[in-house]
Design a protein around this ligand. Structure first.
Ligand SMILES: [Zn+2]
Length: 306
């Protein structure tokens, strides 16, 4: 019996030891499993944090990123042009923080005669983008003059603290007028400045004018007042700065690039390329700088009046 009792005692001790050891192994295994699953969770968490940081800080700056890309002549991925400015902003400008200006240098190297609706849901169509006029004396295409002016205006506005979005920074593009409007819409621009130069069969006609929609525009008549105010400020300041002749503002609902806008818009016709004197003047760097300064002054006045 004594031996049997001793044997049972030893067996019981061994069993205890076995159970203790078994549970220790299980606990260790579970701890290890936890560590492994932590390893899997950590990358997931960091992805979520990165996405949140991107949406909070980078995406709102997308329009600045686009203008920065334009400034260095780099085609920005379209995902950034599609983003809207958000509630956060880490770039601080003194005067014009948060104001976005979209610039459309009119036309392009080659026009596109394919048709597009003149407004959202319109059955009436118009060529996607016209070739534009040409300098009677300089032979400069309107698209080149508009691009040169657009780039000068971009630099001027950036120096004043604006965020600038460009529809194009080269001549070799193919962007329809409705697509240009969408660039301004998607950037939630405070103002959309479409730069053009005029042409007339009467070569003595000169001066600047601006165009915008009427209150009866079926697509964006609600923007007629703000667009008229923008047109007036830009035209007045352009004339002040360049001393060119001031023509009256034209209100029209036939322009696709205006009708597709969901933001205040103006077409500024800076002068007549059919007038030899004005054509030669608009070719000069000094006069182009004055045009850019004049338009920027007009944008400042419009923004301050809002
Ligand atoms: Zn034009």
């Amino acid at each position: 019996m004594a031996d049997e009792a001793q044997y049972l005692e030893i067996l019981s001790m061994n069993l205890d030891h076995f159970i203790e050891t078994y549970f220790e192994i299980q606990v260790d295994h579970m701890k290890k499993k936890d560590k492994d699953s932590n390893k899997k969770i950590i990358p997931k968490l960091s992805t979520i944090i990165l996405v949140v940081l991107f949406l909070a800080f980078i995406a709102p700056e997308s329009s600045k990123l686009v203008s920065l890309c334009s400034a260095i002549g780099f085609a920005c991925p379209s995902i950034f042009t599609a983003m809207k400015p958000g509630p956060f902003s880490f770039t601080c400008y003194a005067a014009n923080s948060g104001h976005v200006i979209a610039i459309d240098p009119g036309h392009q190297a080659k026009g596109n005669s394919e048709k597009e609706p003149i407004g959202p849901g319109a059955s009436k169509t118009k060529a996607k983008v016209a070739t534009g006029t040409c300098g009677v004396a300089t032979k400069t295409p309107e698209s080149e003059l508009c691009l040169s002016l657009g780039l000068k205006l971009q630099a001027e506005l950036i120096s004043r603290g604006y965020t600038v979005v460009m529809t194009r920074t080269t001549n070799d593009v193919n962007i329809s007028n409705s697509e240009r409007a969408k660039v301004a819409n998607e950037a939630c621009a405070d103002a959309f400045i479409r730069i053009h130069a005029n042409g007339s069969e009467n070569h003595s006609v000169s001066g600047a004018t601006a165009l915008c929609q009427t209150k009866n525009n079926p697509y964006n008549g609600a923007l007629a007042d703000s667009s008229y105010s923008l047109s007036k400020s830009v035209l007045d300041c352009l004339v002040d700065q360049t001393k060119c002749k001031k023509l009256s503002i034209q209100q029209t609902d036939t322009m696709s690039g205006i009708n597709w806008c969901t933001v205040p818009v103006t077409i500024i016709e800076v002068g007549f390329m059919s007038n030899p004197t004005e054509d030669r003047l608009m070719e000069t760097d000094d006069y182009q700088n004055n045009i850019a300064i004049g338009i920027a002054n007009g944008i400042d006045a419009y923004i301050m009046g809002q």
